[in-house]
Ligand binder design. Sequence first.
Ligand SMILES: [Zn+2]
Ligand SMILES: [Zn+2]
Ligand SMILES: [Zn+2]
Length: 159
Amino acid sequence: MSEIGFEKHDHTACMAGALDAAESACEARGLRLTKGRRRVLEILLQEHRAMGAYDILGLMADEGYGAQPPVVYRALDFLVGNGFAHKIERLNAYIACSHPGDDHAPVFLICRDCGVVAETGMSLRNSLGAAAERVGFAIETTVIEAEGLCPACREKSAA
Ligand SMILES: [Zn+2]
Ligand SMILES: [Zn+2]
Ligand SMILES: [Zn+2]
């Protein structure tokens, strides 16, 4: 898995690919990617940055979705519940998943300077899983959040 958030890449293709993947995953699993859900995912995909529900709400209100917090919160629940997005507790914000469809425990690398977030993944059958198994614990969700400096900000501070 690559840490796409820090790499220069064709972001238009990156966004289109992620939306396509979400659409076909919904179709395959009998889920409905409604207009509101799709728009929230699109907003989350726009930048490799985490966004608070309130920011999303502000954007959508301007687009005629009205000031309807439930629409945004329900869409976020749907996206997180089905693995299309993750919640970053530390930032109380949401980010689109970089590897939807993979069975993974997300690991977030959060730049404390510019706010870019890269998601890398960990297999669920890793050492943490093995450690939990030894004590008879069944892990359901694991979210690992690391804070530091991204390559661009490290370069800036070294200059
Ligand atoms: Zn991208
Ligand atoms: Zn993910
Ligand atoms: Zn940075």
